[in-house]
Design a protein around this ligand. Structure first.
Ligand SMILES: Nc1ncnc2c1ncn2[C@@H]1O[C@H](COP(=O)(O)OP(=O)(O)OP(=O)(O)O)[C@@H](O)[C@H]1O
Ligand SMILES: [Mg+2]
Length: 336
C-alpha cells in the first residue's frame, strides 16, 4: 500500500496546460502523454477497484532536441514525483546491466530524498532506446537484446535490491522510453494498412491519417526491437521536427526561456537587455541548419552575448544593451 501522492492527480487538460508553459508545440504528443500519465497516477491513487488496469509505459519518438526529455522533466515537476534519466546505449556498453539498472533506481531513491516508497511512484526516462535494435539479419542474442530483456523485468514490476539492502518496487514506476527512430517512417510507409481506402470526405481522411501515423508494435519490431519489449510500450507519442517559428517561440515564450534568462543575467549587472525579434529569427535560421532541434539555440545565443557580458562589468555607465542583428555590433547605451 502506497502513501497518497503529495499532490492530487491533475486532469489531462491541466497537465497539458502545465506543459504548455515550458514545452512549445508538440500538441499531439502532449495530449497522449497527459492521458497516459493521468491514467497511471489515477490508478495509483485509487487502488483496489477490482479491475487490474495494466500499466501503460510510454514511448516517445522524435528527432533530437525536440522536447522529449524536457516533457518528462516538466511532467515530474507538475506531478511532484522523482525523476531520473538514463541512456540505453550506456546500458548496452556495460557487462553488468543489472548493476547499472540498480544504479538508476538508486538515483531515483536519492531524488526521492531517500524515500523508497516515493521512488516507487517516480518516472524513469530511458533515452536512445532505438539504439538497442538488433543488427539486421542477426539472430543470436546481442547486447542490445540483453538490455531489452533486463529492462522488461523492471518495466513489468520487480523488487530490485539496492546495495544498501533496501528494495525498490518498480511495479508503479512509470517508465518512459525515448528515441529518434531514424528510418521508422520508411518502415511505416510500407506497413500502412489503410492507405488503399479512397475517401473524399475530409473528416474521414483525417481519421485515416491518424490511423496511418500511429506507430504499431509491428513497426517497432520491424525496426529491430524485440516483440516482448514493444508489447510493453503500448502508448506512443510522436514529437515532430521544430519549425523555425517554433524555435523563435522556444527562445522567447517559456517561463525560463533564453530571453528571460539573459534579461535576468544583464539585470543583475544593472543593465537592460533588449533583443530585436529579427535576432531570434536569425538564430532560428542557423539552428535549423544544425539539425539538432532546439539544442543549438543556447550556444548560438551565448556566442552572441558573451563578448558583451565580458565588456559590461568594466563599464558601469552602461545602462542598456540593444541587439538588433546577429551580424551587427550591439548598441551600448551609457548613462549621462
Ligand atoms: N518543444 C520545445 N519547447 C521548448 N523547449 C524545447 C523544446 N524542444 C527542445 N527544447 C529545448 O532544447 C533542449 C533539449 O531538448 P530535449 O532534451 O527535450 O531534447 P530531446 O527531444 O530529449 O532530444 P534527444 O533525443 O537528443 O535526447 C531543452 O532543454 C529545451 O531547452
Ligand atoms: Mg532527450
Amino acid at each position: 500500500m502506497h502513501p497518497a501522492p503529495s499532490v492530487p492527480v491533475p486532469k489531462p487538460s491541466t497537465i497539458v496546460r502545465g506543459l504548455d508553459e515550458y514545452v512549445i508545440g508538440q500538441d499531439d504528443a502532449k495530449r497522449v502523454v497527459a492521458v497516459a500519465v493521468y491514467s497511471h497516477y489515477r490508478k495509483l491513487a485509487s487502488p483496489g477497484c477490482g479491475v487490474r488496469i495494466a500499466k501503460s509505459n510510454l514511448l516517445l519518438i522524435g528527432p533530437t532536441g525536440t522536447g522529449k526529455t524536457l516533457t518528462c522533466e516538466t511532467l515530474s515537476r507538475l506531478l511532484d514525483v522523482p525523476f531520473v534519466t538514463a541512456e540505453a546505449t550506456s546500458l548496452a556498453q556495460t557487462r553488468y546491466v543489472n548493476e547499472e539498472i540498480e544504479a538508476i533506481l538508486l538515483r531515483l531513491v536519492e531524488r526521492a530524498g531517500g524515500d523508497v516508497a516515493r521512488a516507487g511512484r517516480g518516472i524513469v526516462f530511458i533515452d536512445e532506446i532505438d539504439k538497442l535494435k538488433a543488427p539486421r539479419g542477426e539472430t543470436r542474442a546481442t547486447s542490445g537484446e540483453n538490455v531489452q530483456h533486463a529492462l522488461l523485468k523492471i518495466m513489468e514490476g520487480a523488487k530490485v535490491k539496492l546495495h544498501d539492502g533496501r528494495y525498490v518496487d518498480t511495479t508503479d514506476v512509470l517508465f518512459v522510453c525515448g528515441g529518434a527512430f531514424v528510418g521508422l517512417a520508411e518502415i511505416m510507409s510500407q506497413s500502412r494498412s489503410f492507405g488503399y481506402i479512397a475517401t473524399k470526405d475530409d473528416d474521414n481522411r483525417r481519421i485515416l491519417e491518424r490511423l496511418n501515423s500511429r506507430v504499431k508494435p509491428t513497426d517497432l519490431f520491424a525496426y529491430g526491437l524485440i516483440p516482448e519489449f514493444t508489447g510493453r510500450l503500448p502508448v506512443v507519442a510522436r514529437f515532430g521536427e521544430l519549425s523555425r517559428a517554433m524555435l523563435v517561440r522556444i527562445m522567447t515564450e517559456p517561463r525560463d526561456s533564453l530571453q528571460a534568462q539573459f534579461v535576468e543575467v544583464f539585470r543583475q549587472e544593472g543593465v537592460e537587455l533588449t533583443v530585436a525579434p529579427r535576432v531570434y529569427e536569425q538564430i532560428a535560421e542557423i539552428a535549423t541548419e544544425y539539425k539538432t532541434g532546439a539544442r543549438s539555440l543556447r550556444g548560438i545565443f551565448e556566442e552572441l552575448v558573451s563578448p558583451i557580458l565580458y565588456a559590461v562589468p568594466d563599464d558601469p555607465r552602461i545602462r542598456r544593451v540593444e541587439i538588433t542583428s546577429l551580424f551587427a555590433d550591439p548598441t551600448l547605451v551609457r548613462a549621462g
